[in-house]
Ligand binder design. Sequence first.
Ligand code: GRF
Length: 187
Amino acid sequence: MSRSPRYAVFISGRGSNLRALLESHQLHAPSLVLSSRKKAAGLEHARDAEIPELVVRRRDFSGGGEFCRALNEALEDHAIEWVVLAGFMVILPDEFVERWSPRIVNIHPSLLPLFPGLHPHRQALDAGVEESGCTVHLVEPGDVDGGKVLAQATVPVRTGDTEESLAARILEAEHRLYPETLVDLLA
Ligand code: GRF
């Protein structure tokens, strides 16, 4: 019987997607939670679940190469095989993505290729679309929200929606889609 691959979840903030992964009954637990911020609220979820946690801050390194080495060292120390980005707000050096691709995956709150990058909810509202949603995709060098789409979930955009109300509706869909997709990918 083959074993399930060891994976790290990268976060920067509240970590609600991390919590959804930890609460999934189908998915095995991550082997490491890595945060780009000491004060990321999501680190609490790692502590509660007794998952090893680590903070690696981009600003502690003068160049992308050093930052990349620090990330790789952390991942190697924990024998990590897959990188799962969940609200990681730091642009990863190409060198890092090249090293991990195709074993690096992200979730983005829009129906890619629509509305990549920052403020996807605002972009969706400005465009007047009737539906938006979220996308789980592989991360490829040089293209932050590009890469092969693995799964998408759609939600309606309602009259009177604000960025906050749309984000909350999409986030609920994210919390279902990410664990489901990772179960297939990391089984
Ligand atoms: C989510 O909307 C995710 O799609 C995006 O960043 C947000 C992270 O939220 N990449 P959380 O930290 O998982 O609550």
